[in-house]
Design a protein around this ligand. Structure first.
Ligand code: UD1
Length: 341
């Protein structure tokens, strides 16, 4: 059994990836600092897979803790690095916190990965690196645009750091996965998204409104140049996204990569408007949602959806779930955590 380190493994995407890795027979060790995740997530993972993953509470900003961890676990075959702060608005208010959290930690982990026998590394990147792309759907060759926020900048610089390191370390093999909009939850409703405070993202705001925690969803702008005037995004089920990490890792473990730094879009290829997401929620939940049209939100791009051909052809992966599947799973999870069923 190959041992895989998952940093940020108790977070939303991390926890679903741990489940898929354990389902495929990998031995998983999780690092999380619990700054934006609950220790109870381990229980959910264990109930789903029947296996309790190893866990170490480590703050990756502490370089000596990172070094110590890797001394103990020098048999790791691959690292999937999720640990990062991800709130766009907060990153504008606290840029240094974001640069420190997202870049120092990446550097410390990467330094240790170079010393492993198998230096395989998967990085959580984002479609945010494309900004407002000129052409839809977005391919991996679309230019990287100046970042709209320090958060977005950390993803761009993160990719650059890895690329530069790969250039001079032939033994390092890395893949950056550029996620579109991850939503939904595991079908068991035992793990899912746990936003702290008022959700900034669309889908948790929808499910919390339906659950009675929020009064009304504000739809940010209905005068965009799209079919119904609301913004278009590519919403991908988190379990599909988790599986993309497993196949990307397998590609590195089997040395099938064509260069030692590769990027892949991870999306469905389908663009959905905010109103279509609301309609999907209403359909699968059987209830109507309280929403109103509000002014545009600063920094929103009009449209972003993926061309997924590279991931489909090269990784042999494709998103299986529809928007309705994902919305239903998000709703089941919300009902489960609010004891609504
Ligand atoms: C944002 C980040 C992205 C990050 C992703 C997941 C930006 C520019 N991008 O994507 O980098 O990876 O979150 O954390 O911030 N909406 C509403 N009402 C709401 C909330 C959202 O109408 O209450 C709309 C937004 O205007 C947008 C769509 O829903 O059109 C999706 O928004 P959101 O879920 O916040 O994701 P992004 O902004 O696409």
């Amino acid at each position: 059994m190959k041992k895989i380190l998952v940093t940020g493994g108790l977070g939303f995407i991390g926890s679903h990836t741990v489940v898929e890795l354990q389902n495929e027979g990998y031995d998983v060790v999780i690092i999380d600092d619990l700054s934006n995740a609950s220790i109870d997530v381990i229980e959910g993972i264990t109930e789903i897979t029947g296996i309790s993953p190893m866990f170490e509470k480590i703050d990756l900003k502490e370089k000596s803790s990172v070094e110590h961890f890797f001394q103990k676990h020098n048999d790791i075959s691959g690292v999937i690095h999720f640990a990062a702060s991800k709130a766009v608005g907060e990153s504008v208010a606290k840029p240094l916190l974001y640069y420190e959290n997202n870049l120092n930690t990446l550097i410390y982990v990467l330094k240790e990965v170079l010393n492993l026998k198998s230096s395989n590394f998967i990085f959580s990147s984002s479609c945010t690196v494309y900004g407002q792309a000129d052409e839809m759907p977005i391919t991996e060759n679309a230019p990287v645009k100046p970042a709209e926020s320090p958060y977005g900048n950390t993803k761009q610089i993160g990719e650059e750091i890895i690329k530069d390191t790969c250039k001079v370390n032939a033994n390092l093999n890395a893949i950056a996965l550029r996620y579109f909009n991850p939503i939904g939850a595991h079908s068991s409703a035992k793990i899912g998204e746990l936003p702290i405070g008022v959700p900034q993202n669309l889908v948790p705001f929808i499910t919390q409104t339906a659950a009675g925690l929020r009064e009304c969803l504000s739809v940010f702008g209905n005068n965009y140049p799209t079919s119904d005037g609301t913004c278009i995004r590519d919403y991908i089920h988190v379990v599909d996204l988790a599986k993309a990490h497993v196949v990307a890792l397998q590609r590195l473990l089997e040395a099938k990569n064509s260069s030692n730094f590769e990027t892949f879009n991870v999306g469905t290829g389908v663009g959905s408007s905010v109103l279509e997401v609301i309609q999907s929620f209403e359909k699968v939940s059987g209830q109507s949602l309280n929403y109103k049209i509000a002014p545009r939100r600063e920094g929103d791009v009009v449209k972003a959806y993926a061309n997924t051909k590279k991931a489909n052809a090269v990784l042999g992966w494709e998103a299986k779930s529809t928007l309705d599947d994902a919305m239903l799973s998000a709703w089941k999870w919300e009902q489960n955590i609010r004891n609504l069923k």
